[in-house]
Design a protein around this ligand. Structure first.
Ligand code: HEC
Length: 150
């Protein structure tokens, strides 16, 4: 009987620890947020080339790139879990100690990229260029406050 109880407890512990393997580890969270930002960068670079005239302006492609970032605009935030200011990060600790200010930067970015997705769908090159600049500024405003420059 005692053995059966021990076996049950051991089984329960196994189940619980297997369960916790599904919880986000700080390492994975860091990788995830960096990966999301790389997606932003790839698409921003493609739009920047068009905005600067280094690549032919194509409103449809512009809308595609803006739409991708817009669809993932909230995603990086999920990666800022507790205790993930670790490893190869350029996040400042202020993100966690001044979360509201960090989220203000995030909200500004979400608004600007939302507007860019809308403007890009309209196809007016001049308006698109202007709004693209506003998105770039919203990335930079957050980086200035919350990211260590290397
Ligand atoms: C609300 C704040 C915030 C906004 C908005 C933001 N970033 Fe960042 N970004 C960060 C922080 C913080 C890091 C550092 C992440 C880390 O290493 O932990 C970062 C890292 C990055 C990185 C480096 C990722 C890596 O592989 O190390 C790139 C590239 C980047 N951001 C691009 C962008 C672009 C482009 C935009 C706008 C389209 C943007 N970010 C918007 C805060 C922000």
């Amino acid at each position: 009987m005692k053995n059966a109880v021990y076996a049950m407890i051991a089984g329960l512990v196994l189940v619980l620890s297997a369960g916790s393997a599904w919880a986000t580890s700080p390492e994975d969270a860091l990788k995830y947020r960096k990966a999301v930002y790389q997606v932003y960068k790839w698409n921003m670079d493609a739009m920047a080339a068009m905005a600067r005239g280094e690549a032919p302006f194509d409103a449809e492609r512009f809308a595609l790139h803006a739409g991708r970032i817009n669809a993932m605009r909230e995603d990086a935030i999920e990666g800022y879990v507790e205790n993930s200011a670790i490893g190869d990060t350029t996040s400042k600790p202020e993100i966690w100690s001044q979360w509201d200010a960090f989220m203000q930067r995030q909200n500004a970015f979400e608004q600007e990229i939302g507007k860019l997705a809308e403007t890009a769908a309209g196809g007016d090159a001049r308006a698109i260029r202007a709004q693209f600049g506003a998105v770039g500024q919203s990335c930079k405003a957050c980086h200035d406050d919350f990211r260590v420059s290397r």
